[in-house]
Ligand binder design. Structure first.
Ligand SMILES: [Zn+2]
Length: 167
């Protein structure tokens, strides 16, 4: 399969960023991009042109290396602001976080995944020994869908891929 998949990766949402990002070019073409390595995660609010008007909190790797056929060197993306001498620069931090999340977002598209596959879902907090009553209303999610139903109904829907989002 190597060498067969050639796709242009567009950092679509870069348009939101002005100045140096646009000067550097708003698109990056990768062939055969892959995550070579990654550590840790960070939460990020994401949108997607495929889901107009929708924004969700995702979990992305804080640091990624991307190897691509058409780039000699390995590309690095990270949320960290290395310019410590200049002090913390919020705009730069956000820009780097945005770039790091975007790269993962776009590579996911190539693999048929969307931001909903990376949604940060917090486990429902439960007091020890506390049981969810069968008639307790719970918020459940499946992909981009969510609904509030009674827990006893959720028990039957769990096998269809619904997960508990909130009690
Ligand atoms: Zn997208």
């Amino acid at each position: 399969m190597a060498g067969e998949k050639k796709m242009a990766m567009t950092i679509e949402d870069y348009r939101r960023f002005k100045s140096e990002i646009i000067d550097a070019g708003i698109t990056m073409d990768f062939m055969l991009p892959e995550f070579a390595d990654s550590i840790n995660k960070f939460a990020f609010m994401e949108g997607c042109l495929s889901f107009p008007g929708q924004t969700i909190k995702t979990q992305r790797h804080k640091w990624v290396k991307v190897k691509a056929d058409n780039h000699k060197s390995t590309l690095y993306f990270s949320v960290w602001n290395d310019d410590s001498e200049e002090g913390y620069d919020k705009d730069k931090y956000l820009m780097m976080a945005y770039e790091t999340a975007c790269v993962q977002h776009e590579i996911d598209h190539l693999d048929g995944k969307t931001m909903y596959d990376r949604q940060l879902v917090l486990s429902p907090w439960k007091r020890e020994n506390e049981k969810i009553g069968r008639n307790t209303k719970v918020l459940i999610k499946k992909g981009s869908e969510s609904k509030t139903i009674k827990y006893k109904k959720f028990e039957q829907m769990e096998k269809d891929g619904w997960t508990l989002a909130e009690v």
